[in-house]
Design a protein around this ligand. Structure first.
Ligand code: ZN
Ligand code: ZN
Length: 251
């Protein structure tokens, strides 16, 4: 198994030391995670310690990979490109956290959900998801339906919106992040939903698996639900990355 989206520095919670990386690796090993990808948020780029990463990679039995999670913001192409090329990553994740520059996943400030009609907010969110996928900047599309995080669902049916998004994602060739962090949020559901995951699978969109851990104890968290889900939908393998090379591992 792999866990390809997680944060050691997290939100500045701890430095990227060999010891801290190895604490994540220890849990990975315990839970059968063969490859672990560290993908800090782009704003913590300066906290990524390449020397510590390399030393930890030599010391651990877990296959360590380096990525980054870039916050996709239309109009911020220059900084996005700078983040995406700053270090020798194995892969780059692009995630949509914002509509009109404002975060949609901030537990302490959900005002954006009151300011917009929920359906319109979803439209704007998925437009950004399609743009992120089609931008060609990213190897992986992070948590593709994050907008459901607080269970603020539109009254109207969004099937068509999701189909259109799945179509763009398939066309782009990007890999989708099946991210178990949603289980720890009010929505209590994996990103993407089963419905959206089925749309991806029908179109041959490949996946990675992740916990989006922000602490060692969260490595591989939620896999008891995400592995049966992806298998049940029909997936039999996950994508791996190593120095720009793409491979697969059986599920
Ligand atoms: Zn994210
Ligand atoms: Zn993340």
């Amino acid at each position: 198994m792999i866990d390809y989206h997680l944060h050691v520095v997290a939100h500045g919670d701890r430095p990227m030391t060999v010891e801290n990386i190895l604490a994540y690796c220890a849990v990975a090993k315990e839970r059968g995670v063969l490859q672990m990808g560290i993908t800090e948020h782009d704003r913590y780029l300066d906290e990524i310690d390449l020397a510590a990463f390399q030393e930890a990679r030599e010391k651990t039995g877990v296959g360590l990979r380096l990525g980054i999670e870039i916050d996709f913001v239309p109009g911020k192409e220059e900084p996005m490109d700078r983040f995406a090329t700053a270090l020798p990553y194995d892969y780059v994740i692009g995630s949509v956290h914002r509509v009109d520059g404002e975060e949609v996943d901030r537990a302490t400030d959900q005002k954006i959900y009151d300011r917009y009609e929920t359906y319109d907010l979803y439209e704007a969110y998925y437009a950004n998801v399609r743009a992120a996928a089609l931008s060609g900047r990213f190897d992986v599309l992070g948590h593709p339906d994050l907008i459901k995080i607080f269970r603020r669902f539109p009254q109207r049916d969004i099937t068509e919106m999701l189909e259109e998004t799945a179509e763009a994602v398939a066309e782009s060739g990007i890999v989708v992040d099946v991210n178990a962090a949603g289980l720890r949020k009010p929505v209590a559901e994996i990103y993407p939903s089963r419905k959206l995951l089925e749309m991806f699978h029908r179109r041959g969109v490949p996946i990675i698996l992740s916990s989006d851990a922000h602490a060692p104890s969260e490595v591989g968290a939620g896999y008891k639900q995400s592995i049966p889900l992806v298998r049940d939908v029909g997936y039999r393998e996950v994508v791996t990355f190593s120095g720009g090379e793409r491979g697969t591992l059986p599920l």
